[in-house]
Design a protein around this ligand. Structure first.
Ligand SMILES: C[S@@+](CC[C@H](N)C(=O)[O-])C[C@H]1O[C@@H](n2cnc3c(N)ncnc32)[C@H](O)[C@@H]1O
Length: 326
């Protein structure tokens, strides 16, 4: 880690074209914590293929596969989740299956957090950062569209996409709210806590570099620090709004420990919760317990750091929490 002290402490990487720094230069700070760093950078430089999730509210996996075959679209089912399909087409949103809500374009690794949350039919589930709704509609599908998914987002402009996706995919158990999750009010509801909560937090999006080659252009440590403050506030409110014994999944599409393990450590020290283990049939590295002079609780190794070179996907961080007695 010492070799990268300047990167960790720096405010902004040099932009490509301004020096000999490449577009992946902000990721150099992760060299000490990533196995086979060259394979990691190589994967980050490769464009990401397209993927869809079968919407089991409207169809079965077999029927969706038949529909794609009839349409001449080639697919490959993900080993870890037969509802996730890797497609050969570049425009998965233009297929007949997508138009009719049988599939939803969703990056493969983005389908992981709802699976880890494991919501059950009839439960009350809060997706506190939900727009444009890929995971909220996946939660509804995992619950057989029975129960309540409260899909919230603070950005009013992004709610239309959330509503459109919920309607197209037929998610009738989904209610949309527009609040800042950090001080979310349950006053509109006739219940006081959720059974499960997904915190798919706003983040610096480093793990989306394969889909969005500009993702690192405006990288700065001050942005990482500032978004980490928002993440801490959202996750604290999520613990407060989830019943004792309930489950929370915290996820980001970024690698920065400041936005991942450090956020969880902050909340572990202030709210009644613990980090728990989970099964996931994908390759990943465990969460880390040391970064930039800070130490984190050993339970952080239960979290999953999914790197692009592990499964040829985008990057994601996923942790599962249980709310304990206050
Ligand atoms: C990673 S995106 C969510 C993606 C979404 N879960 C999905 O799967 O389609 C993060 C979202 O958090 C929202 N957000 C940012 N700050 C927030 C806050 N304080 N409260 C609620 N939502 C917030 C952003 O508007 C953005 O839509």
């Amino acid at each position: 880690m010492a070799a990268n002290a300047s990167r960790q402490g720096g405010s902004k990487p040099t932009k490509p074209g301004q020096s000999n720094a490449g577009p992946m230069e902000p990721l150099e700070r992760y060299r000490p914590i990533i196995d086979d760093f060259e394979a990691f950078i190589g994967a980050c430089e490769r464009p990401l293929g397209t993927a869809v999730r079968v919407n089991t509210i409207k169809t079965s996996v077999d029927r969706a596969l038949e529909t794609l075959t009839d349409e001449g679209v080639d697919y490959e089912q993900a080993d870890w989740n037969p509802r996730v399909l890797r497609l050969t087409t570049d425009s998965p949103g233009s297929t007949w299956a997508s138009f009719h809500g049988l599939t939803h374009g969703q990056e493969e690794v983005s389908a992981v957090p709802p699976v880890v949350l494991d919501p059950q039919p009839g439960e009350r589930v809060w997706d506190c950062c939900a727009a444009p709704g890929g995971k909220a509609t996946q939660l509804a599908a995992l619950m057989d569209d029975e129960g309540t998914v409260v899909a919230n987002d603070s950005n009013l402009g992004r709610l239309s996409a959330l509503r459109f996706n919920a309607e197209r995919l037929g998610a009738t158990s989904l209610a949309v709210t527009n609040q800042d999750a950090r001080n979310y009010s349950l006053a509109p509801f006739d219940f006081e806590t959720f059974d499960r909560t997904l915190v798919d937090a706003p983040c610096s999006c480093e793990g989306t570099i394969r889909k969005n080659p500009d993702a690192l252009d405006e990288w700065s440590l001050s942005h990482v620090t500032s978004v980490a403050g928002i993440q801490k506030g959202i996750l604290r409110r999520a613990v407060q709004a989830t019943r004792e014994g309930g489950t929370i999944v915290y996820s980001t599409c970024t690698f920065a420990p400041e936005e991942n393990e450090a956020v969880l450590q902050h909340v572990l020290e202030r709210e009644p919760c613990r980090i728990v283990d989970f099964d996931l049939d994908l390759a990943y590295a465990p969460g880390i317990t040391e970064w930039d002079g800070d130490s984190f609780d050993p339970s952080l190794t239960n979290a999953a750091r999914i790197y692009p070179h592990h499964n040829d996907t985008g990057g994601f961080f996923v942790a599962k929490l249980e709310v304990t007695a206050g």
